[in-house]
Design a protein around this ligand. Structure first.
Ligand SMILES: Nc1ncnc2c1ncn2[C@@H]1O[C@H](COP(=O)(O)OP(=O)(O)OP(=O)(O)O)[C@@H](O)[C@H]1O
Length: 280
């Protein structure tokens, strides 16, 4: 995850450094054709001899919530980074909201957003200043009202004028979520969205994400190590291991296939190489 934060910081610096915002509110690239929110075909990322991502393919339907699971080093972050166009694939194709990535990424970046508690925002700036900068990068209209709305929705009012460096981990996570929603994205990529939140706040964030998906018909792809969260939120689960897709189905069908009652048990089966029902 540290690597992803580095890529992201570099990316934002590049956009600011060139003085060119990312043309966020451009007309949508041809996605009226019913194309998937995300399409990944035969995707490979090879780092010297490490197959970080090893020939994976999937399509993610619009308006769905998909969980990307897998142990440490399974290839989740690299997959998400390639979907965002931050890492170039060794081979294979990615398209997002009908646009080829990375070639046409600037056509759709304004309709996407990303959140990870591992990516810090500038510490000396206040929450309001940070949200203002990101809102301007996305050319959000009526930005002040949008920030007020997010502050109400995500309960940030109490520390809106406090610098980011003086927030608790849980408060930072809520601010990071506000940043991810600032442009009302059609596609939200989340990395452990409830890490470091207490159970009550985590539950509240999950509810917020579910509501956001419903009200905006948004598509959410989230990497998580929290199996209960994935069971609760996701219509579909993609399990990765050593760069490959090990399983891909609804949580219910996956649990049935492994003859398990929880995704946590399935995760342990996959991690420890135990076979699912019906495989030899
Ligand atoms: N820039 C890089 N150079 C070399 N190897 C890399 C690089 N980035 C990732 N890797 C390797 O690729 C593999 C997949 O890493 P990745 O970060 O995608 O896994 P992950 O599933 O996100 O893991 P975690 O749950 O620990 O965050 C790992 O073996 C990792 O060491």
């Amino acid at each position: 995850m540290r690597l992803l934060s580095q890529w992201l910081n570099d990316d934002h610096m590049q956009q600011r450094g060139t003085g060119q915002a990312q043309a966020p509110n451009q007309p949508p690239v041809a996605d009226q054709d019913g194309s998937a929110a995300i399409e990944v075909v035969d995707l490979v990322k090879l780092y010297k001899t490490t197959h970080a991502v090893d020939d994976i393919s999937f399509r993610i339907a619009r308006g769905s919530i998909t969980g990307l699971l897998g142990g440490n080093g399974a290839g989740k972050t690299t997959t998400i980074a390639m979907i965002m166009g931050l890492v170039l694939p060794t081979s294979g194709r990615v398209s997002v909201l009908g646009a080829k990535i990375p070639e046409q990424r600037y056509d759709v970046l304004g309709r996407m957003n990303f959140e990870s508690p591992y990516v810090d925002m500038p510490m000396r700036l206040t929450v309001r200043q940070n949200l203002t900068i990101f809102g301007r990068l996305y050319a959000v209209k009526q930005l002040r009202e949008r920030i007020d709305q997010l502050a109400t929705d995500l309960d940030l009012k109490e520390f809106l004028d406090r610098s980011n460096g003086k927030l608790s981990a849980g408060q930072k996570t809520r601010v990071a979520l506000a940043k991810a929603l600032i442009n009302e994205p059609d596609l939200l990529l989340l990395d452990e969205p409830t890490a470091s939140l207490d159970p009550d706040t985590a539950d509240w964030v999950r509810q917020h994400l579910e509501t956001y998906r419903k009200t905006h018909n948004a598509t959410i792809l989230l990497a998580s190590h929290n199996m209960l969260e994935v069971e609760r939120l996701c219509d579909r689960v993609i399990i990765m291991k050593r760069g490959k897709i090990q399983d891909d189905d609804s949580p219910e069908r996956i649990m049935a296939r492994y003859n398990r009652d929880t995704l946590e048990e399935v995760f342990l089966d996959v991690a420890r190489g135990r076979l699912r029902e019906g495989t030899s």
